[in-house]
Design a protein around this ligand. Structure first.
Ligand code: ACO
Length: 324
């Protein structure tokens, strides 16, 4: 059976850089606090002209160029996001129009920070059925529009950006196996409300607005435990050990979460790709941005096994293995 393999990768980050020192002027915080608790030094913030679908489209164009593929050859566009350009139509439809992928069908996936892995798993299923299909999968977020800039617990964590991959079927490369999970009972530990309803019968009086709300310590603990469990189950299922992994590309939420996770899994830190220090947490975009950086630095050799893992609002979490 053929699996979804990379033909090309691309990414796009907004121009504006927001440093920890800049944040000291917005909320009561310090560079020392943010660096020691999260490992984040800077994040990118979108401006007008850098809307979610535009970042996504620029990342897609770079991935298409690397894949030597025209936009009209793409049959499916999936955008993973929880900060869509509009509630309707999907950001994927805006991307379709922006890049001229007129032969594609397009839709969004919302699994918060796990969105890219959910999308990769989905793309793999399409390709199992139609191996010659070319799929554009994008993780793209403009979280700066959704954080409460007076809440120091959350506004220091997030950033904007997009990463894209072009996928098609391969016998020897690509997605090897995945394990995805969610637990909707834990929704209120990490969530973002919908815009106010105009139907007075549906308006909830106790809403705090449409900002990211988070119980940081609970998220931290759950993130470590859930990713550890997913990775261990996936490696056992595939009869692999951590020594078989060439590289781990995790969701980039927080350096402390990643250090703790790798310590529990027994994976040395030099096998883990980290860029959260530069971009903050870009949710569904974090893995494809990191993947594009690894790819453009020729960080992997044919035959290498790469592990991806993520967690996010829902809760959603999972792990996925890819043969390079
Ligand atoms: N600057 C200075 N002080 C701060 C800041 C800040 N930016 N934020 C919080 N504090 C204070 C708190 O008010 C608290 O003060 P208090 O003791 O007087 O009450 C103190 O620092 C400690 O706060 P904690 O929340 O206990 O700090 P903690 O060590 O847990 O670190 C953090 C907080 C960084 C948020 C951590 O819990 C974390 O990383 N959690 C995971 C968050 C995450 O990854 N979220 C994204 C999920 S992915 C997705 O789906 C979107």
């Amino acid at each position: 059976m053929k699996h979804a393999a990379l033909l090309g990768t691309g990414s796009c980050l907004p121009q504006k850089v927001l440093t920890n020192n800049d944040l000291e002027k917005i909320v009561e915080t310090s560079d020392e606090w943010i660096t020691s608790r999260t490992g984040i030094h800077t994040r990118r913030i979108a401006s007008r002209g850098e809307e979610n679908f535009r970042l996504a489209a620029r990342a897609a164009e770079k991935a298409l160029e690397m894949a030597d593929t025209r936009a009209t050859e793409i049959e499916l566009i999936i955008v993973a996001t929880f900060s869509p350009h509009m509630m309707m139509p999907s950001t994927a439809c805006f991307v379709q129009a922006e890049i001229g992928a007129e032969n594609a069908f397009a839709y969004d996936v919302n699994a918060a920070c796990s969105g890219f892995l959910y999308g990769l798993d989905l793309a793999d299923k399409y390709i199992a059925a139609r191996p010659d299909m070319k799929i554009l999968l994008i993780g793209s977020e403009t979280l700066s529009a959704h954080v409460d800039w007076s809440d120091r617990n959350t506004c220091i964590l997030f950033g904007d950006g997009a990463g894209a991959v072009v996928l098609s079927g391969s016998d020897s490369r690509g997605v090897q196996a995945s394990k995805l999970y969610s637990d909707g009972r834990l929704w209120n530990l990490l969530y973002m409300d919908s815009p106010e309803s105009l139907n007075p019968d549906l308006v909830q009086k106790d809403r705090q607005g449409c900002h990211i709300q988070m119980s940081g310590r609970d998220v931290f603990k759950f993130a470590v435990r859930s990713m550890e469990d997913a990775v261990k189950k996936l490696l056992t299922q595939e009869n692999l050990t951590v020594d078989d992994l060439a590289l781990v590309i995790p969701h980039q939420a927080n350096v402390r979460i990643l250090n703790k996770l790798m310590e529990r899994l027994g994976i040395p830190v030099d096998k883990v790709y980290i860029n959260v220090d530069r971009y903050g947490n870009t949710s569904a975009a974090s893995i494809p941005i990191a993947l594009d950086e690894v790819n453009r630095q020729n960080g992997l050799q044919p035959g290498d096994t790469v592990l991806f893992c993520s967690f996010g609002g829902g809760f959603t979490w999972g792990a996925l293995l890819m043969k390079w």
